[in-house]
Design a binder for this molecule. Structure first.
Ligand code: NAI
Length: 338
């Protein structure tokens, strides 16, 4: 029953939906980048966004001027490097794709040294200026950057675990697309719950929970799981040094932001996987985890358990947990030492 509800909610969210007029100021931090630009465009098209603040250390005013000409009602403003506080003022949702992307041969963890301090400093500004905003973290490694944001806000005494999200939607998007390609199902109707974290072996697709996923077995199953876990590498390789997924990520980021806004708007039954502070594996020292989460007026309304797993998925989960634990601890240690 839950899977059906999630399927309905997720498929509805393919196209932006709005139920009631409401003021929502959204900021994008890193708006001048490969993800930031198309993400800003897609947010301009979202009727739930009434005001859009675009910030980057480079190029945001230009992106804002460009996007602002699109004929939807929302106001768009661009903010230069020294205007971060102004960009954050009064925001309800803040999407963060700031930081460097991968080059061929790199893992997401290789980005840690550069992106950890970028994300920590942006989080500190959010905690100071807009502590009640929902924060949607795209910057990699998500498994570490989300704990970095949490620990930074905790230090400031303003952390609200219901309002911090790691964006793992691209894994869900890829799973639907790749499984659809094999099983012959419409990706729009193919809702795969992906749990765990957002890198390699920490990405755990629960294919057995839907009939089309259950029908894939043997070598085809192994290949499908590998493609979902490492699909990002296909893009990094094909872009040959020019970055990682930007367009599909912008789509995924805008879709997740729309889900958060629909929840804040009071819409019921908005359920999607996201990486949040979670009790599910906290007894094993893993206090952030992605599973299906119901979004609501306060952000996280309900964290769903992962449900029943096949024997293969039990193995995937067993491989995920130690890596995820290390990634989370690395993020926490970084803030503790800062
Ligand atoms: P990019 O290099 O094209 O853009 C990053 C932007 O961040 C640049 O415009 C840069 O000026 C800006 N920036 C750097 N420091 C900043 C700061 N302190 N404040 C504000 N802006 C700052 O990179 P791209 O491709 O847009 O990727 C961004 C991040 O998203 C990377 O860390 C990448 O690994 C991650 N990513 C996450 C995915 C996910 O599924 N969560 C999927 C794909 C990428």
């Amino acid at each position: 029953m839950f899977a059906r509800a999630a399927a309905r909610t997720l498929s509805q969210s393919r196209t932006f939906s709005s139920s009631a007029a409401r003021q929502s100021k959204v900021a994008v931090l890193g708006a001048g980048g490969g993800i930031g630009q198309p993400l800003s465009l897609l947010l301009k098209l979202d009727p739930l966004v009434t005001s859009l603040n675009l910030y980057d250390i480079r190029g945001a005013p230009g992106v804002a001027a460009d996007v602002s000409h699109v004929d939807t009602n929302s106001e768009v403003k661009g903010f230069a490097a020294d205007k971060l506080d102004e960009a954050l003022e009064g925001t309800e949702v803040i999407v963060v794709p700031a930081g460097v992307p991968r080059k061929p041969g790199m893992t997401r963890d290789d980005l840690f040294n550069t992106n950890a301090s970028i994300v920590r400093d942006l989080a500190a500004a959010i905690g100071r200026v807009s502590p009640k905003a929902c924060i949607l973290v795209i910057s990699n490694p998500v498994n570490s950057t989300v704990p970095i944001v949490a620990a930074t806000l905790e230090k400031q005494g303003v952390f609200d675990e219901k309002r911090l999200f790691g964006v793992t939607t691209l894994d869900v998007v890829r799973a639907a697309r790749f499984l659809g390609g094999i099983a012959g199902t419409d990706p729009k109707e193919t809702v795969v719950t992906v749990v765990g974290g957002h890198s390699g072996a920490t990405i755990v697709p629960l294919l057995s929970q839907i009939p089309s996923g259950k029908s894939v077995s043997g070598e085809a199953y192994e290949k499908l799981v590998h493609r979902i876990q490492f699909g990002g590498d296909e893009v990094v390789k094909a872009k040959d040094g020019a970055g990682s997924a930007t367009l599909s990520m912008a789509y995924a980021g805008a879709r997740f932001a729309n889900s958060v806004l629909r929840g804040l708007n009071g819409e019921k039954n908005v359920i999607t996987p996201t990486f949040v502070k979670s009790p599910l594996f906290a007894d094993q020292g893993i206090d952030f985890f992605s599973s299906n989460v119901e979004l609501g007026v306060n952000g996280v309304e309900k964290i769903y358990p992962i449900g029943s797993l096949s024997a293969e998925e039990e193995k995937l989960l067993a491989a995920c947990l130690p890596d995820l634990k290390k990634n989370i601890e690395k993020g926490k240690a970084f803030v503790a030492q800062s």
